[in-house]
Write a protein that binds this ligand. Structure first.
Ligand code: BGP
Length: 490
């Protein structure tokens, strides 16, 4: 195995999926606080929080807010070199447009980063992992408004200045391409990513299923453009504050293959994959909109006058230092309308023959990760890559003696680590790997506790029972061995 000695082995979480304490110490509401739980057969629903006693997974999540010391100590015990986590924007600016930041929120992350350093763990911080303050949705329609660019930059600068000596690695927006996958299909992805929602839906008094939340193509791409601008401005400011910062983008990667060698399938795959997987990365790495994006907009009657000359200049001057992505699954493309659909990380496509799938239907394709790394390196040869999410959501069984034998998770991770090692040998400059949810947390897609990714089990269940106590699964010991041996012992 070819993993470098300074490889950033670790895990990744998002504030809204692990912290809980959703109104504690001055935090304001943010988007996920409005999304009810679901399951593999029941889509999540939106309902603005009233006094309802409905189940909102983010409100308690796994209570990392009160367990962070214990959790980070466990990550340290596994030998983590890196811990990816997000700052919940609403803890810092509870209403999004507050004059001054909330000191209690800033202090919390100071403590978290200090705790990481104590255990020799490098934090990798996502500034916005679907955590747009709710007031920005209601007052500004999320990133549809130019004012939100300024609000984000102010928030980013506040974090950069406060943590400039504690955090080196930053990501601006989690899975910035999510709206490209969801537009016209799933309004929850658009709400998560852009904080964009129609007033009629915002004010609904009955829950709205994620598929029924309305999305408007013109508005989605205008808001996404503003997000690109906000990201580029933040990159620029960050480098002014600390020239050593490494600031990256983050893409939800769903690798696509043509279902058949029929050129029609090959071309359908190329155009779809290019837009969903590559478009945002091209803007953030190369600093300009690619020509195929203009073609897409033309085909979908999106007026692109929002891409001004001034904004083009900003994009050019705010390109990222490294490219990061999530990778769970792959999919196939075909022009055959009868082919059986598959599911994945909000992705659309059809089932790939040959592959097994998780209980949530996400197909398992480790070699696809090696392929993806090689393709990405070919596309952006001058910057390092990092896999910042990968993992296996599964039901875990706790034995009478408290042990958890999660061989299925180990099998999944082992094969993906092996393929990353092969990619490094192929010449890919891969600098790190953070598995998704090293501590069990609530799922973003379904809102469940039962869909577990962790090396560390959290005793909490969808029926509201459980003590939040933590315990080590078999995979905990396996990952510790992998890190200790620099990927030699799998
Ligand atoms: C990514 C998100 C994460 C995470 C992961 C797994 O899209 O960045 O927040 O949740 O997918 O998805 P799920 O939670 O639906 O299993």
């Amino acid at each position: 195995m070819m993993f470098p000695k300074d490889f950033l082995w670790g895990g990744a979480v998002a504030a809204n999926q692990c912290e809980g304490a959703y109104l504690e110490d001055g935090k304001g509401l943010s988007v996920p606080d409005m999304i009810l739980g679901g399951d593999v057969n029941t889509p999540r629903r939106f309902l603005r929080v009233t006094d309802s006693d409905a189940f909102y997974p983010s409100h308690e999540a796994v209570d990392f807010y009160h367990h962070y010391k214990e959790d980070i100590a466990l990550l340290g015990e596994m030998g983590f070199k890196c811990f990816r986590l997000s700052i919940n924007w609403g803890r810092i600016f509870p209403n999004g447009d507050d004059e001054t930041p909330n000191e209690a929120g800033l202090k919390f992350y100071d403590d978290v980063f200090d705790e990481c350093r104590k255990h020799g763990i490098e934090p990798l911080v996502t500034l916005c992992h679907y955590e747009i303050p709710w007031s920005i949705v209601t007052k500004y329609h999320g990133f549809l408004s130019k004012e939100t660019i300024d609000l984000f930059v102010k928030y980013a600068v506040t974090c950069f200045e406060r943590y400039k000596d504690k955090v080196k690695y930053w990501l601006t927006f989690n899975e910035i391409n999510m709206p490209c996958m969801c537009v016209g299909e799933d309004g929850m992805g658009v709400l998560f990513g852009l904080g964009l929602m129609e007033d009629e839906d915002i004010n609904a008094t009955e829950p709205i299923s994620q598929k029924d939340i309305k999305t408007d193509m013109q508005k989605v791409f205008e808001a996404l453009h503003n997000e690109f601008v906000a990201s580029a401005l933040a990159v620029r400011k960050g480098h002014e504050i600390n020239p050593n910062f490494m600031i990256g983008n983050m893409i939800a990667q769903t690798t696509m293959y043509p279902l058949t060698p029929n050129p029609e399938d090959v071309f359908a795959c190329y155009t779809k994959g290019n837009f969903t997987n590559n478009f945002c990365g091209d803007v953030q790495v190369r600093g300009e909109y690619p020509t195929y994006a203009y073609k897409y907009f033309k085909n979908h009657k999106v007026d692109t006058s929002f891409i001004t000359e001034e904004d083009k200049e900003i994009l050019k001057n705010g390109t990222v230092d490294f490219y990061t992505f999530s990778y769970y699954t792959s999919t196939c493309m075909t022009t055959d309308k009868q082919a059986e659909k598959t599911v994945g990380n909000m992705s659309v496509g059809v089932k790939k023959p040959y592959l097994k799938a998780s209980d949530w239907g996400w197909q398992i394709d480790p070699l696809g990760l090696r392929y993806t790394l090689n393709v990405l390196h070919g596309r952006y040869p001058h910057i390092p890559l990092m896999v910042v999410e990968n993992g296996f959501g599964a039901f875990d069984q706790v034995e009478e003696d408290g042990s958890i034998h999660d061989d299925y998770r180990i099998d999944y991770l082992r094969e993906h680590v092996r393929c990353m090692g092969d990619a490094i040998e192929d010449g890919v400059p891969l600098i790190g790997y953070t598995t998704w949810g090293p501590i069990d947390l609530v799922s973003a897609g379904t809102g469940q506790y039962a869909k577990r990714y962790g090396f560390i089990y959290v005793d909490r269940h969808d029926n509201g029972t459980g003590s939040f106590s933590r315990s080590r699964k078999d995979s905990f010991f396996w990952y510790r061995k992998v890190i200790r041996s620099h990927g030699e012992e799998l």
